[in-house]
Design a protein around this ligand. Sequence first.
Ligand code: SAM
Length: 214
Amino acid sequence: MSRDRGGRQARLRRAVKGLLISSPGRDGWQRPAAVIGALGIRPGDRIADLGAGTGYFTVHLARATGPNGITYAVDTDEDMLDAIEEAAARAGLANIRPIRADGGALALSERVDLAFLCNVYHHLPDQRGYFARLAAQLAPGGRVAIVEAMPGGRMARLFGHVTPPGRIREDMQAAGYRLESAPDFLVDRVRQSFQVFTRSEAPRAVDPIAARRP
Ligand SMILES: C[S@@+](CC[C@H](N)C(=O)[O-])C[C@H]1O[C@@H](n2cnc3c(N)ncnc32)[C@H](O)[C@@H]1O
């Protein structure tokens, strides 16, 4: 039997799942413009929004790359892929590609400059293995940005869906990444960590002062 996608039941199911992921006031605490701004996305970038849900961040990411970029919206839940298609159409964006993920496996058709995950880390099976495999899907200099609820916040109280930021750093280091930056503007109000990683072997930016020393 084929899955009902366009019927009333399907729309209701998507709406309920969407509300569980994103409350209407989310922009106020999630600060998507600040998150996108901190990522330094360039026009034409390729991005994977892993565990994209209803496409809340996908739409912001796709706008940031402009029409020459592509944002792959990856999720295991087909209802969410339908919701992403709807969100892309509503936003008038033609540069979003919904992709069905199969748990720990990920097969994109091209390498990406940025893999972005918001509130997905705790869902992933074997995070160290997942991010070690993800390295093959990153373009040279590619980065992984992880936003994740921390202990002590609303998500922790309601669902227990949290990962301490130190645990994420340990996993990422074990998977072959190093921390590039950790903007802290989501920590106080919403208790989310925001950490950006690059591959350990990626060349470090040259420190201009150190470079001038004899
Ligand atoms: C809490 S929601 C977050 C959605 C979105 N990132 C956001 O911030 O609005 C987690 C999403 O991750 C998806 N997910 C869970 N495990 C996954 C996996 N192994 N690969 C890809 N997506 C996954 C779920 O289906 C769900 O849509």
